[in-house]
Write a protein that binds this ligand. Structure first.
Ligand SMILES: [Zn+2]
Length: 768
């Protein structure tokens, strides 16, 4: 038979635009050995690292490998034999059947995934995927789990923080040695090192020691991490599996850009540190919860290989949202999930792929929105399909069955099937192993009485949906099974319909019911219905729609107000602008929606005046930054000087200065270029340098030369900004620079992957 059903077409299965000709398929490695334990003796001195490693292995006769990049080997022995082959990245050596003992002495420079920030007297490992191979002989792949022990010598007053239990601190005069023991098997990439001057704080929760390491001088910011206790209690209780280790440390580091869930010892970016004023808009809680959730999903059970990385990242992303539900309430949770949907959909404009994909050049490419956000959305759909109780029971079973082991998606599927008694092959095939997602449109037809029409795009998914059907006298929730692409539901009368009011299924819903009904839907008690109506109303420009959106600006939930503001921005009429200008919203997150909506009114003097007047009284850093960005996008030159004055203001993560740089880039001019160029190299802070670098891209050809230097900067975020900026220049001269990034073996995989994908979009821009 040669017939291929529509759903099995290649695009449905592997997606669109993801696989590149540089990609290869990847499978887990087979090693002849199990590594039972690894002990490392390390001395960190300036930019140098002196190391000695003892590994004990149980092997079949054959050839084993270990990774270690740019090591200078001083001594190597396996069972007394000194024979090995090393190519600067991988050691290959013969092993005997039975127990094998390996010893290696080496030196390495601090580079790649182990960074030194001299001005902060800090050294730290910074994350997946190649974390360990720059500083310890280890394996770059996650498959193998082992126990590790670290003896780390550092110069006083530095401290060395790592995984597990601190056995001993030994005074060696000018030096001090920290002895850390991680007695639970874990993948090598979960081994960490942080060296710096820290202030340490401790507390206990349910027998677990919580430790906080803040950079010296930042002790007052301890309260930024105070959700840790609550998150710890929540995850232990929700999963039914108590936190598996005795200690949980969080180390705040200047070298970090996000978080990294090393086993028992998470590294957190300094960006979490913020003052009370920033706290109205910014919170570290999501990052704290995400990294802590990884201790169960990632560290206790660990993905077997990078293609299954959603088992770490999709889970940590969803469990963060579940903590939000417990900690901040149902509406915050639903809006968090809705935001994840929007974030994922942005990426689908570039490509779609199955969550589990074996195609990549660097594993870092898989750490995208399909893995994080789509992974979380799929888990949410699964939880709703099974019910919370069965879902939790399935999670507990999965964790207990696989504790201390490596897993793939089939292990998870089987745990959920065992507990639910359901066959979940179809669910996993559609949502995890295939690309795409359901797209659903709701519209109304009249056939004497109203008929609700639900229609899916191609391909259609089997869906079980809740519809809230509201008439003048009644409101009912009706369960609808969509087994075909189109379903019609005739009704005696209808005021409005709301599809999936509790956001239980993973689907994009386009609300195309008539304007009158959308206006009625704005009064629904569920925030999802109000958000959908706000989105639907952006297609209308008459007074009724604008007034209804105006009422939503005063909504009791800030997320609804935000969405209403965005819709008014899309309408773009003077009446919509009047509505935006007549509301003074007290919640800064909602106010930010108005600030953002103003950017849609290009060259509109009234919009600019409104932004300026809001700016003059605004206290919140983030709203201020949004207003400044909008002034840049509105693009009226005479406001430039006022915008530039805000460059003097300090703010959390320098969001205000960064916004000024973006706006100045929008305004153009040689003077602005010179100013931004100077800040790219000598900005007041890391975020200023990143932002300035990014917006140099707006200046075309002339920015390419400085960007060719910035693309080699010591700060990873400046380098990735430079990659983005190079593409924005649309210059032919940018291509060879991007190619040099792709070829650089020691560049971060995420930055190389970004450069690779961007060379394709640069090619497209230039072909136009
Ligand atoms: Zn993560």
């Amino acid at each position: 038979m040669s017939y291929v059903p529509a759903r099995e077409m290649e695009q449905v299965r592997i997606g669109k635009g993801y696989v590149l000709k540089e990609h290869e398929k990847h499978y887990p490695e087979n090693y002849p050995c199990t590594i039972n334990s690894a002990t490392y003796f390390l001395k960190v001195d300036g930019n140098k690292l002196e190391g000695k490693a003892n590994l004990s292995m149980e092997c079949r006769k054959g050839q084993m490998i270990l990774n270690g990049r740019h090591f200078t080997v001083k001594e190597f022995s396996v069972n007394g034999r000194a024979t090995y082959y090393y190519d600067g990245n991988t050691f290959r050596f013969d092993v005997d059947s039975g127990p094998n003992s390996l010893t290696m002495s080496y030196s390495a420079s601090l580079m790649g995934s182990v960074q030194r920030l001299e001005e902060m007297s800090e050294v730290s490992t910074t994350g997946e995927t190649e974390n360990p191979i720059y500083w310890i002989p280890s394996l770059a792949e996650p498959t193998m789990k082992t126990k590790t022990e670290l003896y780390v010598q550092v110069k006083k007053p530095l401290m060395a923080v790592s995984n597990g239990e601190l056995r001993e601190v030994r005074d060696l005069g000018d030096w001090v040695e920290y002895h850390w023991v991680m007695d639970f098997p874990h993948s090598f990439y979960l081994t960490s090192l942080a060296v710096g001057e820290f202030s340490t704080f401790k507390e206990q929760v349910d027998g677990v020691v919580l430790e906080y390491y803040l950079p010296k001088g930042f002790e007052d910011y301890l309260w930024n991490l105070e959700s840790t206790r609550r998150a710890m209690k929540f995850f232990s209780s929700y999963t039914g599996v108590a936190y598996p280790f005795k200690r949980y440390a969080q180390v705040v580091l200047f070298g970090m850009n996000g978080g990294m869930e090393y086993i028992t010892s998470t590294h957190l970016t300094w960006r979490v540190l913020h003052d009370r004023r920033a706290d109205a808009e910014y919170s570290a809680d999501s990052l704290i919860a995400h990294e802590l959730a990884h201790q169960w999903f990632g560290d206790l059970v660990t993905t077997k290989d990078w293609p299954n990385i959603w088992l770490n990242e999709g889970f940590a992303t969803y469990f963060q949202a579940l903590f939000t539900e417990a900690d901040k309430g149902r509406e915050e949770f639903l809006y968090d999930m809705y935001t994840k949907l929007k974030t994922y959909l942005e990426e689908t404009e570039e490509y779609t792929r199955p969550i589990v994909s074996r195609y990549y050049k660097w594993p870092d490419e898989l750490f995208d929105r399909h893995t994080y956000q789509k992974g979380a959305l799929v888990l949410h759909a699964l939880r709703n399909a099974l019910g919370d109780e069965i879902f939790r029971e399935g999670i507990r079973t999965y964790l207990e069955q696989h504790a201390g082991k490596s897993v793939d998606t089939e292990d998870f599927r089987k745990s959920m099937e065992r507990v639910s008694g359901q066959d979940l092959s179809q669910f996993f095939d559609l949502y995890v192993y295939s690309a795409g997602h359901p797209e659903l449109t709701v519209s109304i037809q009249y056939n004497e009485t109203p008929v609700v029409v639900l229609e899916q795009g191609e391909p259609s998914y089997p869906l079980e949906l809740e519809l809230k059907i509201v008439s003048n006298s009644t409101a009912e929730i009706r369960k609808v099974k969509m087994t075909s692409a189109r379903v019609e539901i005739p009704l005696p009368s209808l005021r409005y319909v709301c599809v999936d009011p509790e956001f239980k299924v993973f689907a994009v819903v386009n609300d195309n019911q008539p304007e009158e009904m959308l206006v009625s839907e704005t009064e629904d008690p569920s925030i999802m219905c109000r958000i959908r109506s706000a989105k639907g109303l952006s297609k209308y420009t008459d007074e009724k729609a604008i007034k209804a959106l105006g009422r939503l600006l005063d909504d009791s939930f800030w997320g609804v107000a935000y969405e209403a503001a965005v819709s008014l921005g899309k309408i773009k009429t003077q009446e919509a602008l009047n509505e935006l200008s007549s509301h003074r919203l007290s919640n800064p997150k909602a106010r930010r929606g108005i600030a953002k909506a103003l950017s849609e009114f290009k060259y509109d003097e009234r919009a600019a005046e409104l932004a300026i007047s809001m700016l003059r009284t605004e206290e919140n850093y983030y709203v201020k930054a949004e207003l400044i960005r909008s002034l840049g996008k509105i693009g009226i030159q005479k406001y430039q000087e006022e915008v530039k004055r805000y460059y003097a203001e300090d703010s959390h993560l320098d969001v205000v200065r960064s916004a000024v740089l973006e706006a100045l880039a929008q305004f153009g001019s040689q003077e602005n270029y010179d100013f931004i160029l100077e800040k790219a190299f000598k900005g007041e802070s890391f975020p200023v340098r990143e932002s300035a670098t990014r917006w140099l891209g707006k200046f075309g050809d002339r920015a390419v030369d400085p960007l060719s230097v910035l693309v080699r900067d010591r700060l990873p975020r400046v380098r990735s900004s430079a990659v983005e900026a190079l593409v924005e220049t649309s210059s032919l001269k940018a291509l060879p620079i991007l190619q040099s990034v792709i070829r650089n073996e020691d560049e971060d995989g995420r930055i190389r992957a970004l450069a690779l994908r961007k060379t394709y979009s640069l090619g497209k821009i230039q072909a136009k």
